[in-house]
Design a protein around this ligand. Sequence first.
Ligand SMILES: *Cc1c(COP(=O)(O)O)cnc(C)c1O
Length: 424
Amino acid sequence: MHIDTVAVQGGYRPGNGEPREVPIYQSTTWRYESSAAMGKLFDLEASGYFYTRLQNPTNDAVAAKIAELEGGSAAMLTSSGQAANFFAVFNLASAGDHVVSASTIYGGTYNLFAHTMKRMGIDFTFVAPGCTDAELEAAFRPNTKAVFGETVANPALAVLDIERFAAAAHVHGVPLIVDNTFPTPVNCRPVEFGADIVTHSTTKYMDGHGTAVGGAIVDSGRFDWLAHADRFPGLTEPDESYHGVAYARDFGLEGAFITKATAQLMRDFGAIQAPQNAFYLSLGLESLHLRMARHTENGQKVAEFLAAHPKVPWVRYPGLPGDEDYELARKYMPKGTCGVVSFGVAGGRSRAEKFMGNLKLAQIATHVADARTCCLHPASATHRQMNDAELEAAGISPDLVRFSCGIEAAEDIIADIEQALGAV
Ligand SMILES: *Cc1c(COP(=O)(O)O)cnc(C)c1O
């Protein structure tokens, strides 16, 4: 099926006389006739629902749609994109382990890795996505457990060379995790280029209406944990907290990663997505293909307008000919990248803030990637914890404006930018 059809009909197939829309299972718990029947669920011997912190049918239907969209074998929803990236990495790496990450990642993910997970004893080495092969190679250590990057980085808009990073990861016997929030599977499916695990902040385009914070993890089912059993004992050796279940042996390569993340991390950290929010996400996914086409078209038009404007010293948009990642974008995202454009305003930080204040249609918001055009000045908002060196490594300059094109008429968005720049 085409991605358009999967977006509409994937995941949930009603049976005879069943509701056509995914039902919201607004229930914490499920009833069983005997303690023995429930015990089998707790031992992962039988599959079924008993407590929404672990699994809920609404969430599972929506996760199944996202797995289909990404071409993966299994998926789970999380309460946020932060939880998705935390679980994806922590499912593989423990205290004493190491992870290689692209440096141009979302500020929240950078804090999670460089500060919070570091306190948990996990070390990260950050490499520029455009680093040389030798630099990438040098980032690996004997205790490296994963490689992480964003398909299109938020907000730096650098494009990850997925095949190159996947090849490097696989040479070292570890999986590549790709955060595919910005392109969504409509514009890029990282699994097709060798990524092993895909994460999302569904808060962005997938929900698409600024309605519900959420995240998702998709497993490609292709990484051979058993071939690297000594590196991933958590997936290959018995889990004593489940009476000796061994995930890769008992759930296969297709199910091991998501089952472990659900059974251990969701059980213990509890970052479940509310079924009500999963329902909103489901509504958003049904029009993802239509909205992405318009977001992408508007992003392209706005980037082209800005590139020709005298008060705009630079524009970063991978769909713009001449952009340093133009060729990578064409390779990985022939339909276009996303609706987010980063650019500078002549005169630096204070002029960038003035420009934002002049906007009438575009709203200032700590958000990107929803139906309404919005914008943000990262240096004074999302990335304000970073010092100048960290900002530079993340690809963010003090004059950078992150502009998220909604699905309004491109002419109106451009007219708003034009008047706002004119008054600077
Ligand atoms: C927003 C975002 C996140 C974090 O997601 P939340 O849903 O806000 O927790 C992670 N990665 C990327 C690329 C994002 O844009």
